[in-house]
Design a protein around this ligand. Structure first.
Ligand SMILES: Nc1ncnc2c1ncn2[C@@H]1O[C@H](COP(=O)(O)OP(=O)(O)OP(=O)(O)O)[C@@H](O)[C@H]1O
Ligand SMILES: [Mg+2]
Length: 239
């Protein structure tokens, strides 16, 4: 093997090339993402910043295979996934991606453990194995003693950590989070960010969309969007 090959940087977990996305058609067509290329490697926490309406959520949904881009390609672990059938994409999503949202999106009638078990069920884990794994995941996010609590009995930060435990059910390579700390006080927000840091250190790739200036120094890299494009780092307002 040549030195050049030996030193080739590791393959990105996720790579997006020239992603464009148009909502609607005809007179109401709006191009929300306008030619974005993006790569993320294992161990990285990337913060995705930008004003309201700049296309962050749209891009995050495309990166996670929740939304098909109008144009461009997406590769996961070297495999192009943008052309796959919706069915195959849904299966890949369950296996490789974890999603965390601002509003937690927990089932209010299920306990913390129950919420995690729903996600385990989706990847085929049930019964005793699922209960044990749910308990382990809750312990991993510092909620080992809260498994029997319902969402209404948990604080915002605890609910978000349940949501993160749920996102980790399939042990995904990529975790995509949209404003995960927006509804949290600074202490809970810091806890959640530390948790993301640990998930990255375990070898995952993490993308966090955020407006939260409190966490700007907690990422490895900042990608800033404006009007559907990534802002040139040289012109960035937050160096
Ligand atoms: N389903 C949709 N149909 C039509 N237009 C949409 C749709 N979703 C988003 N848009 C438009 O696309 C643009 C980008 O929206 P997006 O939600 O990606 O922005 P964002 O950066 O996440 O904003 P915010 O910080 O407010 O969450 C906005 O102008 C929005 O109005
Ligand atoms: Mg958004």
């Amino acid at each position: 093997m040549t030195a050049a090959l030996a030193h080739r940087p590791a393959e990105p977990v996720l790579a997006a090339r020239d992603i464009r996305h148009v909502y609607g058609s005809g007179a109401t067509a709006f191009e929300a993402v306008r030619g974005v290329s993006f790569e993320i490697h294992r161990g990285e926490v990337v913060l995705l910043l930008g004003p309201s309406g700049s296309g962050k959520t749209t891009l995050l949904q495309i990166l996670g295979g929740l939304l098909r881009p109008t144009h461009g390609t997406l590769s996961l672990l070297g495999e192009t996934i943008s052309g796959l059938s919706l069915e195959r994409l849904a299966a890949l999503r369950l296996q490789h991606f974890g999603f965390v949202f601002q509003a937690y999106n927990l089932f209010p009638t299920l306990t913390a453990a129950g919420n995690v078990e729903v996600a385990l069920d989706l990847v085929g884990m049930r019964g005793r194995a699922a209960r044990q794994r749910a308990q382990q995941l809750l312990e991993d996010v510092g909620l080992g003693d809260r498994g029997h609590h319902y969402p209404a009995q948990l604080s915002g930060g605890q609910r978000q950590r349940v949501a993160i435990a749920r996102a980790l059910a399939a042990d995904p390579a990529v975790v995509l989070a949209d404003e995960p700390t927006a509804a949290l006080d600074s202490h809970s927000g810091a806890n959640v960010v530390s948790l993301f840091r640990r998930l990255a250190d375990d070898g995952r790739a993490i993308v966090i969309v955020t407006h939260d200036s409190r966490i700007l120094d907690r990422g490895d890299r900042i990608v800033e969007m404006e009007d559907g494009r990534v802002v040139d780092p040289a012109h960035r307002r937050h160096p």
